[in-house]
Design a protein around this ligand. Structure first.
Ligand code: MN
Length: 202
């Protein structure tokens, strides 16, 4: 089995002015494509070639650095594109909104916690909203292309929303101003998809 670079569910310029078209095109067609092809090369002829991406991530400690880095890169970007939308922003509703209120103290508290996780992740990495092993929402971050499905770090669970804070995700438009990029994310976040991911993770 080999993994395929997913098409974006919108045009490269669809998230303007929040996420610029040039960054989106390079990020998808170069960075995500690179992780995908390197993942395929790393698993070819190994036991991982017959595993789902979720099982690959859960066993990343046994599969080597190439699978860890590129398997994470493949999965993380796929999730990232899906939780963005030109019709995004606003506020969640339904069961997700209820859980944000009960588990995290409300949407403003979620944003404050998530913004802090994204801003303070040193170097390259990701901020996450996850469903943890107790079935509760939790905000965390991870370095490089790790994510909380992997058996690394202290916080584990199923990611339902992620924000890429590698410089390649924002430098062309925002240069060193990572907090401005994080703020822009809230204008394009696809709460309907996050709610779907939440339902599936529960
Ligand atoms: Mn990236």
């Amino acid at each position: 089995m080999s993994f395929q670079l997913p098409d974006l569910p919108y045009a490269y310029d669809a998230l303007e002015p929040h996420f610029d078209a040039q960054t989106m095109e390079i990020h998808h067609s170069k960075h995500h494509a690179g992780y995908t092809s390197k993942l395929n090369a790393a698993i070819e002829g190994t036991d991982a070639a017959n595993m789902s991406i979720e099982d690959i991530l859960k066993n990343a400690d046994k599969l080597g650095a190439g699978v860890r880095n590129n398997g994470g890169g493949f999965y993380n970007h796929k999730l990232f594109w899906e939780v963005l939308s030109p019709n995004g922003g606003g506020a969640p509703s339904g069961a997700l909104a209820d859980a944000i209120n009960s588990d995290l103290g409300g949407l403003d508290a979620l944003k404050e916690s998530f913004n802090n996780a994204a801003a303070t992740r040193f170097g390259s990495g990701w901020a996450w909203l996850i469903v943890n092993s107790n079935g509760k929402l939790e905000v965390t971050s991870s370095p490089n292309q790790d994510n909380p499905m992997m058996p690394f770090g202290d916080v584990h669970g199923t990611p339902i929303m992620g924000l890429d804070v590698w410089e390649h995700a924002y430098y062309l438009k925002y240069q060193n101003r990572r907090p401005d990029y994080i703020s822009a994310f809230w204008n394009v976040v696809n709460w309907d998809k996050v709610a779907e991911n939440y339902a599936n993770a529960k």
